[in-house]
Design a protein around this ligand. Structure first.
Ligand SMILES: Cc1cc2nc3c(=O)[nH]c(=O)nc-3n(C[C@H](O)[C@H](O)[C@H](O)COP(=O)(O)OP(=O)(O)OC[C@H]3O[C@@H](n4cnc5c(N)ncnc54)[C@H](O)[C@@H]3O)c2cc1C
Length: 480
């Protein structure tokens, strides 16, 4: 049995490790375009900030550790074409071109950074790293950013985009002493949470000296003397012109589905490779996982939600099933968290508009509580936004904002577990959560948020009509 895996990041390596774990006799070849297999690209902002001084520390595992599991790594080797009929992948590497035969193939080609239609960033003569204009996705992008920082020593930077990577990079560059301006075309930063929480993130950025400009769409980047000029238009119609020495464009990603699509695989949500919950593509014996593939959302059905956590899980399932297993991904809830200076924002599940689109009757209720008993020194307020279905009382989503010492990430995970289990908001109060005054309260702030929702939406009474997860198409049968 020969399993070939294209892609050596979260999804590809998870598939390879799982296959070797289940069957040490299986031949596993991992084809990797660059020479950085199994790097934690999620850690890039912390290398740029200087928190992780050596980029080599970002490797989840070293090449020697990966090879010690028995997998064969083909580095600096690009998969060019899949011949699904012949069960072959044409690869080009240091030794030239070669056709690799496979019994099963896992495609984990990941995502590519979006390049928005901004004058100066696309087409012939487009500005790039040599002029201090960067995108950020791969280790190669990281080295280019570091070269700009170390060789040109910019004193200012403009970041286009205020999603979670843009925010992490604002902190990273500000902590290196750069004057950072952050442009976001949506009305508030971190558009993946409600504007009420985005405004708190905004305040934290401003308190740390970041010049935040929401509702401002970047229109052009041009050279200006030794530096760069960024032009943008505000929602008011006013134009802005900024002089800077470095520009970072972080406005999201798109799936890198080309390899599978050219071989005839169907595409699905967001242009990603269509997969069932066993991570099978529409091609025989070809699986796909990670940012190149469709995500199965437990409340929405097929979606595109590229995240490292999802890539690991999908890769593991693909690796198992490539050996003939019958595992299915349980599905994601889009749970995510970001640290911005001293504060943390997190979300899981659905917000109002998403829930409405999925056929629910959502209500979102805000609540503030302490992370631990206020009489014990060092307590912090945490803001919770709880979204539930007004009809069934089912918990649909939760968003939190609080200090980085307030366990916001682990608190959103309580909500993620509750939504995963199909719990009603009311039932969150029944969870037997831990308590000691320096670390918590008899009612955790997550339970406080749930109780506030029940008080406001159903006047304290438990809703009577209850739908079970399975009633709402949670087994990946498509959008509701
Ligand atoms: C700066 C940053 C911060 C992030 N932070 C977080 C976070 O905090 N939490 C979180 O959950 N997610 C985070 N993410 C997202 C997360 O990193 C991705 O979801 C995850 O890396 C996806 O893994 P993947 O294996 O699907 O694809 P990728 O990591 O994109 O890797 C694709 C792999 O395929 C290889 N490849 C592509 N085409 C070919 C080809 N034709 N032949 C051979 N090899 C090929 C590439 O070289 C690479 O090895 C972050 C991403 C970035 C960029």
């Amino acid at each position: 049995m020969h399993l070939v895996i294209v892609g050596g990041s979260d999804a590809g390596v998870s598939a390879a490790l799982r296959a070797r774990e289940l069957d040490p006799g299986v031949d596993v070849t991992v084809v990797v375009a660059d020479r950085y297999p199994n790097y934690s690209i999620c850690g890039i902002p912390y290398h740029v900030s200087g928190d992780v001084p050596d980029w080599r520390s970002l490797a989840h595992r070293s090449i020697a550790e990966l090879e010690s599991t028995g997998m064969v790594l083909r580095l600096e080797t690009v998969a060019q074409r899949i011949d699904a009929g012949a069960h072959e992948v044409l690869v080009a590497g240091p030794a030239g071109e070669e056709a690799l035969g496979y019994d099963a193939l896992v495609v984990g080609t990941g995502a590519l950074p979006l390049r928005p239609p901004i004058a100066g960033l696309a087409g012939p003569g487009a500005l790039g790293p040599a002029q201090g204009v960067h995108v950020l996705h791969s280790m190669g992008d990281t080295f280019a950013v570091m070269r700009t920082l170390e060789q040109r020593r910019p004193s200012s930077a403009v970041i286009v985009g205020a999603g979670y990577i843009g925010l992490e990079m604002a902190e990273a560059l500000a902590s290196r002493g750069l004057a950072v301006t952050q442009l976001e075309q949506r009305p508030e930063v971190l558009p993946t949470v409600d504007p009420a929480l985005g405004a708190l993130v905004h305040r934290e950025l401003v308190e740390h000296g970041v010049n935040v400009r929401p509702a401002t769409a970047t229109t052009a980047v041009t050279r200006a003397g030794d530096g760069l000029e960024v032009r943008a238009r505000q929602a008011t119609g006013d134009c802005v012109s900024l002089h800077t020495e470095m520009v970072l464009v972080v406005v999201g990603v798109r799936p890198d589905a080309r390899l599978a699509a050219e071989a005839g695989a169907d595409l699905g949500a967001g242009g990603a490779v269509a997969v069932d919950r066993a991570m099978r593509t529409t091609l025989p014996d070809v699986f796909a996982a990670g940012d190149c593939a469709v995500t199965h959302h437990r409340l929405l059905g097929p979606a595109y939600l590229p995240l490292g956590t999802t890539a690991h899980k999908q890769g593991r399932v693909a690796g198992e099933n490539a050996l003939g297993g019958d595992r299915q991904v349980a599905g994601s809830l889009g749970t995510q968290v970001v640290k911005v200076f001293d504060m943390v924002a997190a979300r899981t599940g659905l917000r109002d508009a998403e829930a409405q689109g999925a056929g629910f009757r959502p209500r979102t209720v805000a609540f503030d509580g302490d992370d631990h008993k206020a009489y014990f020194p060092g307590s912090n307020r945490v803001r919770v936004r709880t979204t539930g279905d007004a009809g069934s009382g089912r918990l649909l989503g939760m968003q939190l904002f609080g200090h980085r010492h307030a366990e916001v990430a682990k608190r959103v995970d309580i909500a993620a577990a509750a939504i995963h289990a199909g719990m009603r908001v009311e039932e969150v109060s029944d969870l037997d959560l831990s308590y000691t005054p320096p670390l918590g309260s008899p009612w955790d702030v997550v339970q406080g948020g749930a109780q506030a929702w029940v008080r406001e939406v159903s006047g304290g009474r438990e809703p009577t009509s209850v739908s079970h997860p399975d009633d709402r198409g949670m087994q990946g049968r498509g959008p509701l």
